[in-house]
Design a protein around this ligand. Sequence first.
Ligand code: 8DG
Ligand code: CA
Ligand code: CA
Length: 330
Amino acid sequence: MGKRKTPSGEETPNSDFCDFLSELAEYEKNISRNIHKYNAYRKAASVLASHPIRIKSGEESKKLNGIGEKIAKKIDEFLQTGKLQKLDNIHNDSKSTAINLLTQITGIGPAKAQNLVNEGITTLEELEKHKNKLNHHQLIGLKYYHDFKEKIPRDEIKKIENLIRSHLEPQIQLTICGSYRRGKQQSGDIDALITHPNYTSSQPKKKQNILKNVVAALQNCGLITETISLGDTKFMGACKLNQDSITRRLDIRLTPYDQYFCAVLYFTGSDMFNKEMRAHALDVGFTLNEYTLRPVGSTGVPGEPVEIHSEKDVFDCIGFPYKEPEDRNK
Ligand code: 8DG
Ligand code: CA
Ligand code: CA
């Protein structure tokens, strides 16, 4: 049996199933806008992605957590015919393909894409002619559509990380999170987190211009080339390492020192891993988010945040077995 590759290039025994389930998930998110179905398909894809043995029938797949009758049927259809009628229909539907294209542009969500398509704008060329319908974020998304679609090689992010670090004052800590921290060889964008020991959740004013100063320094050295938005705690924009490289999406978030590890944990992901860990936290009476870990009393009201000094503290506190970032790819 030949090896199967996912779009991210990884090979697993069931990645052809994962591919069609992910495509169905995207369809539910962007076109049907059915968030429950979106979650169901993603859950199924995630479970199959970490299943080490090839699934040979729908019946067999139903034994896995998160796969029910409907998805089992799709697996059977795929095994028997090598394709899915539902996906064929979607590919042949011009409205669906147009919405799909437009939602690939950063800043354009499912609702905006639907509006544009309803107005007859279905291609990038059409969109170029109707830029007045786009906001600043969407204009940057359109301008760099082709660049932003390209994955970023790991060693390019490594170089960008080093360059950013060389422009930070010594007290600022930096972690590049997202798929890069999970050890992926390529990433969709760059998720940078910074913190400063003087800025804490009880001293919010100390955030001052920490982020703005960092962004200014990175603009001066030529790394940051576009700004989508810039606030006190969140920068969204784009960077370009050098003349030979293309423009990459870069986000930088500034978090209070006492919330840094919850933020690092959250922005490392994966998304599915976070979901699972949050659910476990709730099971044992804690609520976990990108800011804090808090006990939930019998009244359901969250208490004071637990003091956290590392990512591992969060795992330990809720009795969730520690996983290295590379093992959080589910
Ligand atoms: P990629 O960029 O290589 O495609 O993968 P990624 O780094 O895992 O995804 P991301 O979209 O950049 O998100 C970074 C992390 O943020 C993600 O791994 C987990 C966390 N995160 C969630 N939920 C969500 C969400 O709804 N949107 C975004 N953007 N991030 C989320 O847990
Ligand atoms: Ca990312
Ligand atoms: Ca991101």
